[in-house]
Design a protein around this ligand. Structure first.
Ligand code: MRU
Length: 351
C-alpha cells in the first residue's frame, strides 16, 4: 500500500489526516499526548484497531515528555495520561486494550529507571503497531476462506487499512482473497453521517485497484434483492462475550437486510476487540456524537434549526444475525459464546 496510517518517527507520531480524504492526502506530526487525544476525538484517526495503536503511541509521547524522576511519580503521571486518552471515545474497546497493555508494562517495570521505562513504552507502542498489521494479515489469511472466486462483498463504514495500522480487517479479508487470486468486487455503503464508506473505503479500494461500487445506505436492501451481493463483511468496535457486535451505525440494518435475503453476514475483527467483561450487546457503551454531524454537510445546514436530532455513532448487531467472526486465530462459528470462551481458555493456557 502506498500510504501509511500511523507511525512513530523521531519521537513524534505521524498520522494521515483522515478528515481530509478523499481529496487531500496530508500527514500530521503530533508531539504531545493531548494532540493524539484530540486526533482520536476529532476522527483524524479512527477505526477500532487504529485507535488502539494511537492510544498506545499517545502514552509513549506522555512518557517521553514526563519530567518525573522516580517510579511512583512516573506511574501516577502515566495513569492520568491513560485516563485522559481513554475518555476520548467510549465504544471501541481497542482504545482501552492499547492503554492497558502500556499500563501493564509500567506495572511490570517497577525495578527499572524512568529512562528505561520510557524506552520500553516507546518500543511497546511500536510493537503494538507492528502486531496489528500482522494480526490483520492473519485475519485475511483465515477469513478469505468464506469468499468464493467471483464474489461481490458489501461492506459498511471503513474497516480497511485506514481503520488499522495497515491492511485492515473486513477489507483486509478482501485484499487477502485477491492476493489468493480470487476475483472479488466490493460494494461500499456511503455510511452517513461521516461517510467513512464513501470517503475512506472507496478511496483505499480504488488506490489498491479493487473494483468498488458506491451506494447510499438506503440502497443496500434493493441491491441485495437484485442479487448483486454474495457476502457481507464488516468490522467491529466491540464484541461482547456472546458475540453481539457493536459497529458503525447502520450495521444492524445491513445485517437484518442480509438475513432477509439469505446472504451470509460476517464480522472481521482481532481478538483485542472482544470484550469478555461485557456479557451482551446492551452493555456496550454507545458514543453519541455532536448533532452537527447529522445537521450540517460541508458547512451547509440540511434541516431546520431547533429540531431534535440523534447521532449515535454505533449500533449493536445481535449475534443471531452473524454467520461467523473472522479472527487472527481462525473463523469463530455460532454459538459464539462457546467459540469465544474456548479460544480464550486456549490463549490463557499457552501464555
Ligand atoms: O467512527 P469510526 O470511523 O471510528 O467507526 C469505525 C467503525 O465502525 C469500524 O467499522 C470499526 O472500528 C472496525 S475498524 C477495523
Amino acid at each position: 500500500m502506498d500510504f501509511e496510517i500511523i507511525e512513530w518517527k523521531d519521537n513524534t507520531v505521524i498520522m494521515l489526516d483522515q478528515r481530509l480524504l478523499p481529496t487531500e492526502e496530508k500527514y500530521l506530526t503530533l508531539n504531545t499526548y493531548q494532540e493524539v487525544a484530540e486526533a482520536i476525538k476529532n476522527l483524524t484517526i479512527r477505526g477500532a484497531p487504529a485507535i488502539g495503536v494511537a492510544a498506545a503511541m499517545g502514552m509513549a509521547l506522555g512518557a517521553l515528555h514526563s519530567t518525573a524522576v522516580d517510579y511512583n511519580t512516573f506511574k501516577t503521571e502515566m495513569r492520568s495520561v491513560s485516563s485522559y486518552l481513554y475518555k476520548q471515545r467510549p465504544t471501541a474497546v481497542n482504545l482501552r486494550w492499547g492503554l492497558e497493555r502500556m499500563e501493564r508494562l509500567i506495572d511490570a517495570g517497577k525495578g527499572l529507571s524512568v529512562p528505561q521505562l520510557k524506552t520500553e513504552l516507546i518500543n511497546e507502542a511500536k510493537k503494538i503497531r507492528e502486531e496489528d498489521i500482522q494480526t490483520n494479515r492473519l485475519i485475511g489469511l483465515y477469513g478469505h476462506a468464506v469468499l468464493d472466486d467471483g464474489d461481490t462483498v458489501l461492506t459498511h463504514c471503513n474497516a480497511g487499512a485506514l481503520a488499522t495500522a495497515g491492511f485492515g480487517t473486513a477489507i483486509g479479508v478482501v485484499y487477502a482473497a485477491i492476493e489468493a487470486h480470487k476475483k472479488i468486487e466490493v460494494f461500499a455503503d456511503e455510511t452517513r453521517p461521516i461517510l467513512q464508506g464513501a470517503r475512506l473505503s472507496a478511496w483505499e479500494l480504488k488506490k489498491n485497484n479493487v473494483p468498488v461500487t458506491l451506494i447510499t445506505d438506503n440502497m443496500a436492501a434493493t441491491i441485495m434483492r437484485q442479487g448483486f451481493i454474495n457476502k457481507v463483511i464488516v468490522g467491529a468496535d466491540r464484541i461482547a462475550a456472546n458475540g453481539d457486535t457493536a459497529n458503525k451505525i447502520g450495521t444492524y440494518s445491513v445485517a437484518i437486510n442480509a438475513r432477509y435475503h439469505n446472504i451470509p453476514f460476517y464480522v472481521a475483527a482481532p481478538f483485542s476487540t472482544i470484550d469478555l467483561r461485557i456479557k451482551h450487546g446492551d452493555q456496550i457503551p454507545i458514543e453519541e456524537r455532536d448533532h452537527s454531524e447529522v445537521a450540517v454537510i460541508n458547512g451547509k445546514r440540511l434541516c431546520p434549526e431547533g429540531i431534535n436530532i440523534r447521532n449515535p455513532a454505533f449500533d449493536v448487531t445481535p449475534a443471531a444475525l452473524i454467520s461467523g467472526i473472522l479472527t487472527e486465530k481462525g473463523i469463530l462459528k455460532p454459538p459464539f459464546e462457546t467459540a469465544i470462551s474456548a479460544h480464550h481458555a486456549e490463549s490463557a493456557l499457552s501464555s
